[in-house]
Design a binder for this molecule. Sequence first.
Ligand SMILES: O=P(O)(O)OC[C@H]1O[C@@H](O)[C@H](O)[C@@H](O)[C@@H]1O
Length: 281
Amino acid sequence: MSPIPVTRSHGLEALELVSPDGARATLLLHGAHLVSWVPAGGEEQLYLSPTSAFATGQAIRGGVPVIFPQFNARGPLQKHGFARNKPWQLVSAEVGKDDALAVLRLTDDGATRMVWPHQFEAEISIRVSGRTLEMELACENRGEAPFSFAAALHTYLRLTSAMSASLQGLSGLAYWDSVDQRAGTQHEDLLRLDGSELDRIYQDLKDTLILRDADRRLRIAQQGFSDVVVWNPGEVKGAQFSDMPADGYRQMLCVEAAQVLQPVTLAPGESWAAMQVLALE
Ligand SMILES: O=P(O)(O)OC[C@H]1O[C@@H](O)[C@H](O)[C@@H](O)[C@@H]1O
């Protein structure tokens, strides 16, 4: 085991995870935000907006934002909760025999207790090895009263061409369509984009998803998260973002391992953990 030093990336404190087999990832301490993942022998798999802000207290457009303890505007907190805007603490970062692993932690402080009066400890573990990326999010109730939260790993996948990419594995699932504000059921085997906004929370995902884009196949699995959010802003909304180029929506698709429709409730001392695993075939 050899320790990974804290360096800088995009002007912020960062860990460069490099596994002995050549897999790489860049993890910022700001938001515990993964901004790059390059599997061994492969290319960059994450979309990161070239016009994103990279500054303390601001959200980053792209990579893997950690959404906690609220999803979107489904509650009184700031959109997607505060975790993505906070500095996380380094717990450990090491290169092993065949992987590189980093663990970061976020605990409550005066500012979080002002808006969310709970004592918690959240941890994210990022592991790269070969053609696989494992991201685990955990949370423990360190207080004396129960609390509930929502969470997601808001993964922005980089696409060569969003209009010809497809996502397989959602067939038969019920979803909430956040654009049309209605419930629906997925009938098509392959989900494709057509340039309009797509924003759905699929419920009770059991299968592994397969993203096909040009000649690449990426397997997307999750454990402990029951929902998967699939989001692309489309042409109209995409053009309105100040932190993404107007055609950025053509180069990304968010596939977010999420716990939204049924928030997690933890009794004092209880903990929860869930993960998303990406594997390039
Ligand atoms: O612009 P933000 O706050 O990063 O959110 C991006 C998107 O995140 C997705 O998870 C939501 O389903 C969308 O509704 C939302 O627009």
